[in-house]
Design a protein around this ligand. Structure first.
Ligand SMILES: Nc1ncnc2c1ncn2[C@@H]1O[C@H](COP(=O)(O)OP(=O)(O)OP(=O)(O)O)[C@@H](O)[C@H]1O
Length: 256
């Protein structure tokens, strides 16, 4: 199957009964969820809830203790390379090499991903992310917002059906963060990929995400539309619901 072929599956990500243990600590427990085509799903939870562990298992960086991850219908454990060709990732803690220019970085990662027609793809991304004037600038010299745009351009090189974004707007000023959110929403709409997004900014989550998954202590406790979920649980806002789940996870079933 080539990347251009549409998949018959509607989910770009299926996480099934995923489990991760670090010695005695259960970091992720019986976690199951889906991300649909063109859908932006927020993965939320207090520090230590298991979000990064989950993302690393989706990326095939960490091996699950049990359970299964399917990217675009492909089992990551059995066909890692094919699954990874259908995903990409951006996070502030994974910046691009600062000594390479924007163009060199896009070329380098484009070669790793085996992108066909790479020069034209790079030019299109430079335009899409308003990066043309930084083409020959070393990434280490760019501002945080500009570096985020380059990271997102890199993440779109292979037109991934699944995009993982770990706090993509952390450290950005409010105006730049809003620009980035609009850009990401447009990408989901126009490119049709699914996005799994982590953030601690509940206002941003309400604005961007179609659905949220609220985790605590490794378990998925609540999920739903970020605009209606708080009311369903007697909270005035997503932030209030988040704080209640963080402080009283047992009320939401964390101890089961
Ligand atoms: N390599 C490891 N060895 C042992 N424990 C680990 C390891 N990696 C993570 N943990 C533990 O697993 C739990 C989940 O961590 P994880 O980083 O997935 O949380 P998180 O939800 O991403 O948190 P944050 O919002 O702070 O980034 C935490 O208790 C953490 O201390």
């Amino acid at each position: 199957m080539t990347l251009a072929e549409p998949s018959r599956k509607t989910s770009v990500l299926s996480v099934r009964a995923l489990h991760k243990r670090y010695g005695e600590l259960v970091a992720v427990e019986e976690l199951s969820f889906e991300v649909g085509r063109g859908e932006i799903v927020g993965l939320l939870g207090p520090n230590g809830a298991g979000k990064t562990t989950t993302i690393n298992m989706v990326l095939g960086v960490l091996q699950p203790s049990a359970g299964q991850v399917l990217v675009d219908g492909i089992d990551v454990a059995r066909r890692r390379e094919a699954a990874l060709a259908r995903t990409n990732f951006a996070a502030v803690y994974a910046p691009l090499p600062g000594n390479l220019t924007v163009w060199q970085n896009l070329r380098y990662f484009g070669l790793i991903y085996g992108v066909r027609g790479l020069p034209a793809r790079i030019e299109a991304l430079l335009r899409q992310f308003s990066l043309e004037r930084f083409r020959d600038t070393r990434c280490g010299l760019l501002s945080s917002g500009e570096q985020t745009r380059v990271c997102l351009a890199k993440a779109m090189l292979n037109r991934p059906p699944l995009l993982l974004l770990d706090e993509p707007t952390a450290s950005l000023d409010p105006a730049t963060a809003q620009d980035i959110r609009q850009l990401i929403r447009r990408l989901a709409r126009e490119e049709g990929g699914g996005i799994l997004w982590t953030s601690h900014n509940m206002g941003e989550v309400e604005e961007v995400c179609d659905r949220v998954l609220l985790m605590s202590r490794g378990r998925l406790l609540l999920q739903g539309d970020p605009r209606t979920l708080p009311r369903e649980h007697g909270a005035g806002s997503l932030e209030e619901l988040f704080i209640r789940v963080a402080r009283e996870p047992l009320q939401f079933g964390a101890g089961r």
